[in-house]
Design a protein around this ligand. Structure first.
Ligand code: GTP
Ligand code: SPV
Ligand code: MN
Length: 615
């Protein structure tokens, strides 16, 4: 924790000199300083207890900010309806603030620290008036674990407190570690809606002006104006990805937008797999997969974020730093993700889904047939012929990972799990085959660096538009993306060549001429995992193609799937002309990084073009 930097930035708001303070005293001085700036009515230190969350939910229900669901169907569960203009991450208002612009890189919104601190001081001044300020100490990763990190979030949102209580290991035990001198990351959040005396609060306070500002150099986050997801639960994308990725670069580890699973084959051999897909591209679904092929099992370790560190044994080890799932609701149903449906039996906060007349929840895809009447995510009456969706496309559930019926026995292993395979993916209607294996680590890094995907509802913007999303980290990398690639290359150098994870690219979303998905996806994705495991075990063959190693179709277990010859061909087709065009676009993309681009990636691009020319 770099108290010194924060003090420098805000010495006008406090007369406490806490630069020399350690442990709890430093934390208390910081809390006082933020209170002096934001002027809350009261301060509450959160202990993470059940009675604390019960007290908060009761209060929010009484205030009309949460709806208690019918306990008969959904015990201890709640529905929150956000402001209709505060429904997703706001990338246009998300900033990486570093001294030098090139350290943030061309893919981030950069802003100079002095400039943004002046702006933040203005908006945060008095921003918590009339509200309670909560101090939320949390651990990312098991408390005291080798890969774990501590943080503290200050917030004036009870919804954020409750969500952080599910998503992190939150509460009093973290304070003991802080007391003992463990460093921690400081994060400050305000919804930016001060209450004047006697003023009636709204169900979802927020502010049209938003700032999500990361300071990787001083390891701080300042978030203003939004109450939603990645904007407001600062442990998640702001800390565990943007700040942690920058920490990992300095300290020799990786913070990635990846799910983690343990896959076990019919012979009882287990494989740990990490997979990076952009937002709303299937991480939660793959993390909770129930394989359609007999004898295989998947156990869940994490569904969104992985921290990875080379071990002394030459392998790459990973933990899920989170303690809960903040998952996309629409499309989550018995037939697609029965595990998620079971996980959500109770103790869940739902945001922006629809409310049934019986006091339970519903969203598109939960069941095939919608109920005859619902109250939609905006609180308006809804019937199937309303002509709009009942749940917001980025509506979400927040639930403890421990509730997942297939959570892995090693999901909280303090040193993490050894990774056997890394998968990159995205939504690609064309070009990208169902699965392809990288020839080596460097080629894998090239694949990760060049991932593109069609935009989804997880962020503001035009849905369906194709954009580059390297390592699925475009909105989450806390430093120059080209340096991120260089860091990946250097991590590869520290691994033992025969113990480094194998790397793959997958695409569940390729479409046929009729516009329909060619691949059934979901549980059937186990067939692809099966091939990946067989490659790791050295038991499946592959065929060289210009873009990497393709499975021999006869090595894929396709039993019981009725895919035509033609569909299979389309799923694996490598169209040389379109890949030449992709290579041209990649060259253009790479050129935006100037001299920061690692030479190894230019070499990979040249090698791809050479292979395409020969094809
Ligand atoms: P974030 O939480 O935003 O990071 O998203 P995520 O990557 O965890 O995505 P998630 O698993 O929640 O899936 C997003 C959407 O994609 C849901 O509507 C799913 O139903 C859909 N989806 C997931 N897997 C598949 C698949 O294999 N095929 C198809 N067609 N759709 C899928
Ligand atoms: C994502 O957008 O990748 C999410 C949701 O997982 S949020 O926490 O809002 O970033
Ligand atoms: Mn995500």
């Amino acid at each position: 924790m770099s108290i010194a930097h924060i003090t420098d930035a805000h010495d006008d708001t406090s007369d406490v000199d806490d630069t020399e303070l350690q442990g709890r005293a430093a934390l208390e001085a910081w809390v006082e300083r933020i209170a002096a700036l934001t002027r809350p009515e009261s301060i509450v230190w959160c202990d993470g207890s059940r009675s604390e969350s019960d007290r908060l939910t009761k209060q929010l229900v009484a205030d009309g900010k949460l709806i208690r669901l019918n306990p008969e169907w959904r015990p201890n569960s709640f529905l929150a309806r956000s402001d209709p203009d505060d429904v997703a991450r706001v990338e246009s208002r998300t900033f990486i603030s570093t001294t030098l612009e090139e350290d943030a890189g061309p893919t981030n919104n950069w802003v100079a620290p002095d400039e943004i601190r002046t702006e933040l001081d203005v908006v945060f001044a008095g921003s918590m008036r009339g509200r309670t300020m909560y101090v939320v100490p949390f651990s990312m990763g098991p408390l005291g674990g080798r890969l774990s990190q501590l943080g503290v979030q200050i917030t004036d949102s009870e919804y954020a407190v409750l969500s952080m209580g599910i998503m992190t290991r939150m509460g009093a035990r973290v304070l003991d570690l802080i007391d003992a001198g463990t460093p921690w990351v400081a994060t400050v959040h305000s919804v930016g809606a001060p209450l004047e005396p006697g003023e009636q609060d709204v169900p979802w306070p927020c502010n049209p002006t938003k700032y999500i500002v990361q300071f990787p150099e001083t390891r701080e986050v300042w978030s203003y104006g939004s109450g939603y997801g990645g904007n407001a639960l600062l442990a998640k994308k702001c800390f565990a990805l943007r700040i942690a990725s920058a920490m990992g670069r300095e300290e020799g580890w990786l913070a990635e937008h990846m799910l983690l699973i343990k896959l076990t084959d019919p012979r009882g051999r287990s494989y740990h797999i990490a997979a990076a897909f952009p937002s709303a591209c299937g991480k939660t679904n793959l993390a909770m997969l129930r394989p359609s092929i007999p004898g295989w099992t998947v156990e869940t370790i994490g569904d969104d974020i992985a921290w990875l560190r080379p071990g002394d044994d030459g392998r790459l080890w990973a933990v899920n730093p989170e303690a809960g799932f903040f998952g996309v609701a629409p499309g989550t149903g018995e037939s697609t993700n029965a595990t998620a449906v079971e996980t959500l039996w109770g103790n869940t906060i739902f945001t922006n889904v629809a409310l049934r007349d019986d006091g339970d929840v519903w969203w598109e895809g939960l069941t095939d047939t919608p109920p005859a009447h619902l109250v939609d995510w905006r609180g308006e009456d809804w019937t199937p012929d309303s002509g709009r969706t009942a749940a917001h496309p980025n509506s979400r559930f927040t639930v403890a990972a421990a509730q997942c019926p297939q959570i892995a026995d090693d999901w909280e292993a303090p040193d993490g799990v050894p990774i056997d395979a890394i998968i990159f993916g995205g939504r690609r209607a064309t070009n990208v085959p169902l699965v392809v294996e990288a020839t080596d680590w460097r080629h894998g890094v090239y694949i990760g660096a060049t991932i593109s995907s069609e935009k989804t509802a997880a962020a503001e913007g035009t849905i369906g538009e194709l954009r580059r999303d390297p390592f699925a980290m475009l909105p989450f990398c806390g430093y120059n993306m080209a340096d991120h690639w260089a860091h990946w290359l250097s991590i590869g150098d520290t691994l033992r060549f025969d113990r480094a994870p194998r790397m793959f690219q997958v695409n569940w979303f390729r479409k046929g001429a009729d516009g329909e998905f060619l691949w059934p996806g979901f549980a059937e994705n186990a067939r692809v995992l099966g091939w990946i495991a067989a490659r790791v075990a050295g038991e499946a063959r592959a065929e060289e193609s210009p873009i990497g190693r393709l499975p021999l179709v006869e090595d894929l277990d396709l039993d019981g799937l009725d895919l035509t010859e033609e569909t299979l061909e389309q799923l694996f087709a490598v169209d040389v002309d379109s890949w030449r065009e992709e290579a041209d676009l990649t060259e253009e993309f790479f050129s935006s990084f100037g001299s920061r681009l690692p030479a190894a990636l230019s070499t990979e691009l040249a090698a791809l073009r050479y292979r395409l020319a020969l094809a």
